[in-house]
Each structure stands twice: as C-alpha cells, then as structure tokens.
Design a protein around this ligand. Sequence first.
Ligand code: G3P
Ligand code: MG
Length: 247
Amino acid sequence: MQMIYAHRGASGYAPENTLRAFDLAADMHADGVEIDVQRTKDGRLVVFHDETLERVTKGTGLISEYTYDELKKYPLLYAVDGTEEDTIPLFSDVLTLLRKRGLRLNVELKNSRNPYPGMEEEVLQTVREADMVEQTMYSSFNHYSLLHIKALQPGAFCGILYEASLVHPWRYAASLGMDALHPQYAEPMLIERSEVKEAHLLHLEVNPWIVNDTGDIRECISLGCDRIISNYPDRAVSILNQCKPRD
Ligand code: G3P
Ligand code: MG
C-alpha cells in the first residue's frame, strides 16, 4: 500500500518537527511522519533537524551543547504567523502524540556529523517504551548507524538515505540487509521506474523525499514508490486518493 509521510510533520504549514506540525499531519490524514532525532548535553533525545540552533531559533551554537531545559528557552521561529509558541519537543513526547493520533513514524537518526555514541540503543529503547515498535521505521545518512540498529534489533525496518546518483543502490542496500531506499527526489530525478522495479524485486521499498510539487507527487505514485515524504501531506494525500482507492 502506498503511503504519505509528513516531512518534519506538516512542515509546509507549521514549524518543522514540532508537536503542532505532527498534530496537523494527523488532521491532514497523513499515514505517518518523518522526524529528525538528536541528543542534548544532558542526554535527552529531542526532535530537531539542524545540528545548530541558528536557522529556526534565536539561539546560537550546537544543540548538543545545551541541556533540554536550556533549549526550552529557544522557541521555534515561525515565519508565517510570527508566533514563537512551539518549543523543541522530546522524542518521547512526540511518540506519545503519534501513538494517540494513530500515526506511523520514520525516525531519521541525525548522526552523520555528530555520531552521538549510544544513540541507537536509546532510540530503540524509547520506541519500545512508547509501544511504537510496529509503527516505526529508521533511516539515516550514516549507514553504519543503520547497521548498528539492525545488530541491536534485526527486525527493525531500516532505509538508507542518500542524495547522489548511486549506481544500483538496491544492490548496496540489499547487501547491507536494509529494507528500503530513501533517495532524495530532485531534478534530475534520482529514481526511475526500472530502479523502483529492481528494488521491489529485492523486497526493498522506495521512499523518496522531499516531494512537494503536485506533478512530482503524481510521478512518484505512478513510479510505484511506497512511502512519499512531503512537507504538504494534505496535497499528497489528496493526489493519492485521486489516483486509486485507498485500502
Ligand atoms: O528523511 C528524509 C529527509 O528528511 C532527509 O533529509 O535534511 O530533510 O533531514 P533532511
Ligand atoms: Mg530528516
């Protein structure tokens, strides 16, 4: 079944990676959300994209140099309505919300620049505690980290993130025991119909990001992509519903 995941929540409409953006994704009937997880100075897992605070808060410096209580003083900036009421959420609080709203989850471990040693164990444990194991899949640009996840929990569903024109990425992913390809969707396209077929033959999903343009969403659905990751889940859900009846 093809599905729509809201990228950093419904981030086309609300501050990215906030409880508000995740609630909105549920209101828009997304199947799931994609989130970015990092770790604070005091060892708390938080949902935040950049390694530094500058782009989306008035703070400066690395997120890993702040305790969670300190981070709460830096609300997320929101250009559309100017409010600053959204704060960086704890991973565990996000899981609670997703479970309540019936959303699936794609956890992206943001550990390419800062490896956050031990993060894999903590992420898996937090997901178990939230009773979200079945609904959760994992991705990362750090493929060593995904191997670590698989070693800890062989049944964990893992997708390799990449933003290059890889040759036969399905062979590479299968050789690592992965479950999905997570290619960047861009012009020129990094995925083609034959590649989706090759991936499917190896029982790998193809889950492109970030697919926002209506033509691109249609194209991904037509290519047979499995989970389409978009900042505009309402748009993608509507197009998917027009393409064929949903299960
Ligand atoms: O997981 C898909 C996508 O989120 C990867 O890139 O930079 O948006 O986290 P980025
Ligand atoms: Mg991400």
